[in-house]
Design a protein around this ligand. Structure first.
Ligand code: CA2
Length: 145
């Protein structure tokens, strides 16, 4: 089983600012955490982070026929990107959306997620652990299919 783990804009700054919201651990820590989880679950994974919407769209398009599942934290594009939603719909790969913070308890503009219109599950407010949950949920779903 092979998963693509996508992270959107500014997540590469984790640990540098806003520790009250996103914690003190860095993006490198997050990548190591995701890789360790995939190793434990015997899942092959590729991690990709971009600050550019089009790059994320291209990566999703290229996932067709290569990856069995996608875990995505679209970051700010969550709330704006019809293009990312359309790319996910176009490839039809089972997807779980994850957010470090509890987006329903923050500003009004963070309450709506385009990606959640496609993702079969959205995990919010669990920090790094949310990615581990997303990976396990995706694995379970694919094993059932
Ligand atoms: O909670 C999440 O995971 C978010 O996807 C994070 C995004 C935010 O726009 C979403 O509404 C919720 C922001 C990621 C930016 O992360 C930073 C990390 C360190 C310093 C500044 C921003």
């Amino acid at each position: 089983m092979k998963f693509l783990i996508l992270n959107g804009p500014n997540l590469n700054l984790l640990g540098i600012r806003e520790p009250d919201i996103y914690g003190r651990r860095t993006f490198a820590d997050l990548c190591a955490f995701i890789e360790a989880t995939c190793r434990d679950e015997q899942i092959e994974c590729e991690l990709y982070q971009s600050n550019h919407e089009g790059d994320l769209v291209t990566k999703i398009q290229q996932a067709l026929g290569v990856f069995d599942g996608i875990v995505i934290n679209p970051a700010a594009y969550t709330h704006t990107s019809v293009a990312i939603l359309d790319a996910l719909k176009a490839v039809g790969i089972p997807t779980v959306e994850v957010h470090l913070s509890e987006i329903s308890e923050r500003e009004e503009f963070r309450r709506f997620s385009y990606v959640s219109l496609y993702a079969f599950e959205t995990i919010t407010g669990k920090g790094f652990e949310g990615y581990a949950q997303a990976i396990r949920t995706l694995k379970k779903k694919l094993n059932r299919n």
